[in-house]
Design a protein around this ligand. Structure first.
Ligand code: GLU
Length: 318
C-alpha cells in the first residue's frame, strides 16, 4: 500500500511540481502508506539522468523521503509490452498511421461538434476501421504505426478525493508510439499496479487522462487506486506554472546564497508550499527536518480547490 510521486526527468522540478510532491508525500504518510518515487523516463530523448539526480536532490532538500529504490520506467519495457500483448490478444489493439498534424487538423475540422465528456485531444478514430489493404498501403508508403486501444467510447465514472465524482469518455488512447516506446497511460497503469500503489496524488492536468487509465485497469484486471488531483500553481501570466516563468526552481531561488541563508530560503519555500496545502498557518515556519510534524495536519478538507495564483505564492515566499 503506497502513494507515489512520478515525475518525468525532463527538466528541473518547479514550485508547482514540488507542491504536488509534498501533497503526495503528506497524503501517503498521513494514511499510513509507503511513499514511492518513480522516474517516468519512457522518452529517452527528453529524459536525462542529470535531471533525475537534480529532482531527487530537490525532494531530499525539502525533507521528502521515499521507501525503497527509485524505479525507472526505461528499465521496465518488458512489463508494458506484456500488458500490450494481453490487450492485443483480446482484439483491443489496432495500428494507427496518423501523424500528430493529421490528428490535429481532424480535431479542428470537428471543432464545431459538441465535446461533452471527451478527453483533451481525444483521438477521432481515423484509423480504427482501416481494411487490411489500407493498412498495407500505408505500410508500403513507409509509415510506421502507433498502436491504439479500441476503447469503444467507454464512459468511465470514478471518484476523486478532492473533486468528487468525475465522469469521462475514453478515446482510443495510444498504447505504444510509432517508434515502439510504450505510452504513458499504459506504463502508469501497469506500474501503479505492480508497485502496489493504492493512492495517486498528482496535478489536475492529468484529471482528463484518468478515465483512460481506469478503463485500462479494468481491461487488464488491475485494481483502481484512490485519486486526488491537486489544482496547479499558476504563473504571473495566469498560465500553468512552467520553467519559462523563471525563478521557479529550488536552484533558481537559492542561487548565490551562502549556506545559512540558503537553508533559511529552503525553509521559507517549504513553509510557503505547506501553507498553500493547508498544513501550516501563515507565518509559521517548518524546517525540512521537521516535516514529519505536519503529517497529522494533512486533511483533504483543508486543501484548496482552486489553482494557486502566483501572487498568493509570491506573498508566502516574501
Ligand atoms: N510523469 C507525469 C508527469 O510528470 C505524472 C504521471 C502521474 O503522476 O501519473 O506529468
Amino acid at each position: 500500500m503506497s502513494g507515489r510521486f512520478a515525475p518525468s526527468p525532463t527538466g528541473p522540478l518547479h514550485l508547482g511540481n514540488l507542491r504536488t510532491a509534498l501533497a503526495a508525500w503528506l497524503a501517503a504518510r498521513s494514511s499510513g502508506r509507503g511513499f514511492l518515487v518513480r522516474m517516468e523516463d519512457l522518452d529517452r530523448v527528453t529524459s536525462s539522468p542529470l535531471h533525475e539526480q537534480a529532482q531527487l536532490e530537490d525532494l531530499t532538500q525539502l525533507g521528502l523521503d521515499w521507501d525503497g529504490p527509485v524505479v525507472r520506467q526505461s528499465e521496465r519495457f518488458d512489463r508494458y509490452r506484456a500488458a500490450l500483448t494481453r490487450l492485443d490478444e483480446a482484439g483491443l489493439v489496432y495500428p494507427c498511421y496518423c501523424t500528430r498534424r493529421e490528428i490535429r487538423s481532424e480535431i479542428e475540422a470537428a471543432a464545431s461538434a459538441p465535446h461533452g465528456l471527451a478527453a483533451d485531444g481525444a483521438y477521432p478514430g481515423t484509423c480504427r476501421d482501416l481494411s487490411a489493404g489500407q493498412r498495407a498501403e500505408r505500410t508500403a508508403a513507409g509509415r510506421r504505426p502507433a498502436l491504439r486501444l479500441r476503447a469503444e467510447g467507454e464512459r468511465i465514472v470514478f471518484r476523486d478525493d478532492l473533486v468528487g465524482t468525475v465522469e469521462g469518455l475514453v478515446d482510443d488512447v495510444v498504447l505504444a508510439r510509432s517508434d515502439g516506446v510504450p505510452a504513458y497511460n499504459l506504463a502508469v497503469v501497469v506500474d501503479d499496479a505492480v508497485q502496489g500503489v493504492t493512492q495517486v496524488v498528482r496535478g489536475d492536468d492529468l484529471l482528463s487522462s484518468t478515465p483512460r487509465q481506469v478503463h485500462l485497469q479494468r481491461l487488464l484486471g488491475l485494481p483502481t487506486p484512490s485519486y486526488l488531483h491537486v489544482p496547479l500553481v499558476l504563473g504571473p501570466d495566469g498560465a500553468r506554472l512552467a520553467k519559462r516563468h523563471g525563478a521557479v526552481t529550488l536552484a533558481e531561488l537559492t542561487v548565490g546564497l551562502g549556506r545559512a541563508e540558503r537553508d533559511r530560503r529552503v525553509a521559507t519555500i517549504l513553509s510557503a508550499l505547506a501553507v498553500s496545502l493547508g498544513v501550516l498557518d501563515d507565518g509559521e515556519v517548518v524546517e525540512p527536518g521537521e516535516l514529519d510534524g505536519l503529517i497529522d495536519r494533512f486533511d483533504v478538507v483543508r486543501l484548496p480547490r482552486a489553482p494557486l495564483a502566483w501572487s498568493e505564492l509570491a506573498a508566502l515566499l516574501a
